[in-house]
Design a protein. Structure first.
Length: 91
């Protein structure tokens, strides 16, 4: 059962200083509860895909939520994704 994406696009792009990151809404993150892996542009989406298996302290349900958010952001920013499940991102 896949989760509904909570990600929403925002107008903050590029390098995220800690203060900029702190100002982001939870809906800007792949992992909204933990505020991990911001998805503010195509580069951040690609980073979230590359680091997905490195995120610690999250449940399988959190990973499922994050995958739905990454998938939605990837579509928005025109980032190609071949993975069909969050498990495809685990090494």
């Amino acid at each position: 059962m896949s989760k509904e994406a909570t990600w929403k696009p925002i107008e903050v792009h590029g390098d995220l200083s800690s203060s900029k990151r702190d100002d982001l809404p939870s809906s800007a993150f792949a992992f909204p509860k933990q505020r991990k892996e911001p998805l503010t542009d195509a580069d951040h989406v690609q980073n979230a895909l590359a680091r997905f298996d490195q995120v610690e302290g999250v449940s399988d349900a959190d990973r499922e939520q994050a995958f739905a958010n990454i998938k939605k952001a990837a579509h928005h920013f025109h980032v190609d994704m071949s993975e069909s499940s969050w498990k495809d991102l685990m090494n």
